[in-house]
Design a protein around this ligand. Structure first.
Ligand SMILES: [Fe+2]
Length: 454
């Protein structure tokens, strides 16, 4: 890997914003799908090839609008943070006062309180309009001094958004709750030992879960001008913290319970839940991170594990669920914080995601965590996809009844597709043909029209 790995091949940014309407479909789109699939990722406008990192760069949204079995449009738009606005010579949107940096909205797209939000850790969310235009930035009434992490957790019962914000300056980490109607209602500093990178988090019915793992801000790297000055520290004790929830399900105030684990890094838990005095959390585990490679996550292939914490005994155990290389775990998020049976992940590594080898193909996994089985679906040679997002078939559908959506590139034709699979058996449902390839990106979601406020 080099500084230019993430500017080339399947990662290479696209040069402009385009629109296409009434897209060709192979198969049949479910008519109940009314909304937009929106995914973001870095699409740097003027990158420095001598000092680049995958996580850096102006964010670009790729969206597909579905309605009544039709694919109405595809469009791609930069998130108009100050950097993109300056490069594109467009007026900047109104900034919120929170966050450590303005951010580029290049990491995740979620919805909350009727708004579509483009996220990047260390910054406040950008509010995105129905045509993917950037409307402004929000701090939910504030204060959000560190912004929010890339993966807030949404409690389907309370409607709340639970977030972590982190900074390279003390107090380093802050847990906050944003109410269903979009106001900051709770905040508490978390006593981590250093300036950790906290990409994601866990949530159960009792706890917000903090990952205090050995990837830390490094002042020397920052002083040397490196764009992402975080690296692995062998002497940092890895811990997981169980913080009493704030918001509607808040219990009596009590200290965070910290439990040491063995060294590793986790970008993405799949889900977590309470089990008596224990907490169960399924995670994609990397052996280390930014120890061997600084330009991107490439310290060895990650795998899926179950972690079990005994909060009374302060003990931790881990079991491998599936040792195949995989990332981007998702589940039926109506069960966030509650016991889940199914999960899905992408058979993807940094190397495979960026491949231009027509013999290499991506895959998607379905994990049945009760039966202890994994099914794998190959996407085909020369076909590469990232995260697969679960979309329930309806409000009353059982766990895992619905579809998976992902943006897939077909390398031989040089075009992209929105691929829709049956989430239960991973069979093809529909492929929406997009006018060109979509650069490898990070995260997105299906945003039903019903989730938006006009
Ligand atoms: Fe992520």
């Amino acid at each position: 890997m080099s500084n230019t790995t993430f500017l080339e091949g399947n990662f290479a940014p696209v040069p402009d914003e385009i629109d296409a309407v009434e897209l060709e479909i192979t198969g049949s789109l479910p008519e109940v799908l009314e909304g937009r699939f929106i995914r973001t990722g870095p699409n740097p406008i003027d990158p420095d090839p001598t000092n680049h990192h995958w996580f850096i760069g102006e964010g670009m949204l790729h969206g597909v609008s579905l309605r009544g079995g039709r694919a109405q449009w595809y469009r791609n738009r930069w998130v108009l943070g100050p950097s993109a606005a300056a490069h594109l010579d467009r007026p900047p949107v109104l900034r919120s006062p929170g966050g450590v940096f303005p951010g580029d909205g290049n990491t995740n797209v979620v919805h909350h309180a009727g708004m579509v939000l483009a996220l990047e850790e260390l910054s406040c969310p950008y509010v995105i309009g129905r045509d993917l235009e950037t409307l402004g930035q929000t701090d939910f009434g504030g204060p959000l001094p560190f912004g929010i992490n890339a993966h807030p957790k949404f409690d389907a019962v309370t409607g709340e958004m639970h977030v972590m914000g982190y900074s390279f300056a003390e107090p380093y980490l802050r847990y906050q709750v944003i109410s269903a109607d979009g106001l900051v209602v709770h905040g508490v500093d978390v006593d981590v030992a250093g300036p950790v990178m906290v990409h994601d988090m866990g949530l159960t019915e009792r706890f917000a879960i903090a990952l205090d793992l050995p990837v830390l801000f490094d002042l020397e790297l920052a002083m040397s001008g490196r764009r992402l000055p975080y690296r692995w520290f062998d002497d940092y004790t890895p811990r997981v913290g169980f913080i009493p929830r704030g918001g509607i399900h808040a219990g009596a105030p009590s200290p965070t319970i910290w439990i040491e684990i063995d060294p590793c890094y986790v970008f993405h838990p799949l889900n977590a839940y309470d089990d008596g005095s224990r907490v169960v959390m399924d995670v994609v585990r990397h052996p280390t991170m930014f120890r061997e490679e600084l330009e991107g996550p490439n310290d060895g292939d990650p795998w899926l594990e179950r972690w079990v914490f005994d909060l009374d005994r302060r003990s931790f155990s881990s079991t491998v669920i599936d040792d195949a290389a995989q990332e981007f775990p998702r589940f039926d998020e109506r069960l966030t914080g509650r016991r889940h049976r199914y999960g899905w992940s992408a058979g993807a590594t940094v190397t495979s995601l960026g491949s231009t080898d027509l013999e290499v193909g991506g895959s998607v996994f379905k994990h049945d965590l009760v039966a202890g089985t994994t099914e794998r679906r190959e996407l085909g040679r020369g076909r590469l996809g990232g995260e697969f997002v679960f979309v329930p078939a309806g409000p009353d559908a059982g766990e895992g009844e619905g579809w998976l959506m992902s943006l897939v590139n077909d390398l031989p034709s040089g075009t992209g597709e929105l691929v829709v699979l049956d989430a239960q058996d991973l069979s093809d449902v529909a492929r929406v043909h997009l006018p060109r390839r979509i650069p490898v990106g990070f995260h997105g979601n299906w945003i039903p029209d019903s989730a938006l406020i006009d």
